[in-house]
Design a protein around this ligand. Structure first.
Ligand code: BES
Ligand code: MN
Ligand code: ZN
Length: 489
């Protein structure tokens, strides 16, 4: 798909979308007379008063487009970037369903920064194009693809073009992550995830490595090996490296939980809803998406992506409750519950990131049901951090990006509770506070470096939203990339 920016409308579109504020007669001057008349009539009928309300009209020959879509943009002083993103997404999605190939969007910037808005429009368009129905026979062939999306921007200019291009890069990376996460467990195995990461590396000139079982064994990655030993789909520790600041500079480490399917293992989960545990590699998928975006935006910073990929299944060879296992770091772990496997693979993931030169760490994981209990489903991600200022900066970035995230505590009591009677750490202790206990466990492997833990279990998948298809959400990936860019020295 090509997204471009134009100052005037042009012609021959399958669809033209226009959005209007409810409290301002802001008819775009760029509009042709016929569309203008149609819209004025609708405005008089007050049918676009509500935010996101929409009306579609067929236009006569001689108009710039076959179809005109009018959208309510709500009140001007309530207009946010998230509104802009969603308006563009809704428009693209509606036209796409109508089989449109070439469309133009004439949407307002309100009093927001025009560059920010251009980026948001491009993101919205991109995010609306992911299908989670790729395995329906024939559907792939049927689905119309938008070929050309023109953003009409009165002011135009190189800066606007750049920001729209950046929005497209963001959207493509987020869609990559969503696609990876949407794929089922029998397809997206640790090996396949590594293969997809390799392709991303090759296309975007990233350094790539994937440690297979033999290399993990040789290297002493005892924690991730224990989690993966019950599955014939052997674990992989996947590495993507971006060097934007030169050889001797430290790395910012992004570490993702990549459990390609989490049955719970011997501590098996109930059948109801278990199918959704194919999304348990979302953290890893977000890291791969982030690395692609970073490689394309080329900031002056070194970033290391580590994806700890394994499948958690019960089997004659599986690890069992009560087992004591080692780890790359050296700490021993009493496995009280094989279903608390995410923190175990991340233990080796964080250690390896540090060994490879990371001096600041951010991990992403669908770690606990408890985070979802605390924050609700599909609303906000849980944020934990060892460095107050750095964590606050992340929370600010999330607010800027329009992605909800909320900090939960890391009191020293949690670190006391996860101590084992027979080993260094216990992976599952009762008593509530599950999200914080999980975070405290991972912290043990952060080597006292500045570290942020993102529990995305509450938000990794979404039900049908106005422009986001049901399935993987990509929630917090935009924030993550924005935040990485903020860390450029
Ligand atoms: N991947 C799950 C958490 C999860 C559950 C994410 C459902 C998304 C949907 C994680 O591995 C897990 O099973 N956590 C346990 C930890 C417990 C055994 C300490 C949980 O939250 O119940
Ligand atoms: Mn689990
Ligand atoms: Zn899990």
């Amino acid at each position: 798909m090509e997204i471009s920016v134009q100052q005037t409308i042009g012609t021959d579109y399958d669809g033209l979308a226009v959005a209007l504020f409810s409290d301002e007669a802001n008819l775009p001057t760029e509009l042709d007379e016929k569309s203008w008349t149609a819209i004025t009539t609708l405005q008089q009928q007050q049918s676009l008063q509500n935010l996101y309300s929409s009306e579609m009209l067929l236009l006569e020959a001689g108009s710039p487009a076959t179809r005109l879509l009018m959208l309510g943009a709500g009140k001007k002083d309530e207009y946010e970037l998230q509104t802009a993103r969603r308006l563009a997404g809704v428009a693209a999605r509606i036209f796409r369903k109508k089989g449109a190939r070439k469309i133009a969007l004439l949407l307002p910037a309100g009093s927001l920064n025009a560059g920010d808005v251009a980026q948001a429009f491009a993101e919205g368009v991109m995010l609306s194009t992911v299908d989670s129905t790729l395995y329906r026979s024939g559907e792939k062939e049927k689905a119309a693809e938008l070929e050309e999306v023109v953003l009409i921007f009165g002011e135009g200019g190189e800066q606007i073009r750049e920001r729209a291009a950046r929005g497209q890069v963001m959207g493509e990376g987020i869609n990559l992550a969503r696609w990876l996460a949407n794929e089922p467990g029998n397809v997206m195995t640790p090996e396949r995830l590594a293969e997809e990461a390799r392709k991303v590396a090759e296309i975007n000139q990233l350094e790539f490595d994937a440690l297979d079982k033999a290399r993990l064994t040789e290297g002493g990655f005892k924690a991730i090996l224990a989690v993966g030993q019950g599955s014939v789909n052997e674990p992989r520790m996947i590495v993507l490296k971006y060097k934007g600041a030169g050889e001797n500079q430290p790395y910012l480490g992004l570490i993702g939980k990549g459990i390609t399917f989490d049955s719970g293992g011997i501590s098996i989960k109930p059948a109801d809803g278990m199918e959704n545990l194919k999304y348990d590699m979302s953290g890893g998928a977000w890291v791969i998406g982030a690395m692609q975006i970073i490689a394309q935006l080329k900031p002056d910073i070194n970033v290391l992506g580590v994806i700890a990929a394994a499948e958690n299944l019960p089997d004659g060879n599986a690890f069992r409750p009560g087992d004591v296992i080692g780890s790359l770091e050296g700490k021993t772990i009493e496995v009280s519950n094989t279903d608390a496997e995410g923190r175990i693979v991340l233990a080796d993931g964080l250690t390896y990131a540090r060994q490879l030169g990371a001096t600041k760490l951010i991990d992403l994981a669908t770690l606990t049901g408890a985070a979802r209990v605390a924050l609700g489903s599909s609303i906000a991600a849980a944020v934990f951090g060892s460095d107050k200022d750095w964590t606050s900066l992340f929370l600010e970035a999330a607010e800027q990006a329009g992605e909800r995230a909320w900090q939960l505590p890391l009191f020293p009591e949690y670190s006391q509770l996860i101590k084992s009677n027979i080993a260094d750490l216990n992976n599952s202790v009762g008593g509530g506070g599950g999200a914080s206990l999980g975070a405290a466990f991972i912290k043990e492997f952060s080597g006292n470096l500045p570290w942020i833990h993102l529990d995305i279990a509450p938000v990794s998948r979404t039900d049908e939203k106005p422009y986001i298809a049901k399935g993987s959400s990509g929630h917090l990936l935009r924030t993550l990339v924005d935040f990485v860019l903020l860390n450029v020295e």
